[in-house]
Design a protein around this ligand. Sequence first.
Ligand code: DC
Length: 235
Amino acid sequence: MAAEKYAPVITLDGPGGAGKGTVSMLLAKQLGWHLLDSGALYRLVGLAAEHHGVALDNEASLAVLAEHLDVQFLVSKDELVQVILEGEDVSQELRTERVGGLASQVAPLPAVRQALLARQRAFNEEPGLICDGRDMGTVVFPDAPLKIYLTATADERARRREQQLREKGITASLADLKKDILERDARDMNRETAPLRPAEDAVEVDSTTLSITEVVDLILAEAKSRGLISQASSA
Ligand code: DC
């Protein structure tokens, strides 16, 4: 049997609000690699469950939904990804706190995680893949040649979130945001299946005092030093 060939993978795991989404998107764009936003898949399962009236504790039915998700990721001219679920553009709705809440209820269920495994691995195509999540380096791509664990303090993540909301005209208290962040961290880290933790061979990057550009450059330098990318592609 011929050995399967894999394109290079860079995994980014870490708690919510550490900057993984923005950093992953910039890395994928700069390298011309594919991008897997695995959180979007859990959000889609939550949304599909709502559309089909499936209870969020009905693990078997949720796993069937996850396995058969009718979803397309379209890259538009301005390079934003449009997410189409069952023919409907759900890109905006997917990012809401409400759908984040649905996702956090379906994500701990082992059968749902199992059902999404093959779909996530199928993103691994040439010339390479950047993937963002909680268990990319520990479960989904355990052989990835570069694994990053991106963190920032809860205070800093709350501050960034408050700023994002303020830009949208929404006022929120820093103390409430920090409380939410700590609760989500605890849920992600303490669940039984695929808990959030750094892979043993992960490079830990604390983004608390770094700009997005500094984080991207640091990861590109790591990728270059491991021979995953050429000098030219990280210029
Ligand atoms: O990163 P995000 O906010 O889009 O993630 C949504 C939810 O899915 C959040 O509760 C964490 C969970 N998640 C997960 O369990 N495993 C992943 N690989 C990605 C996200």
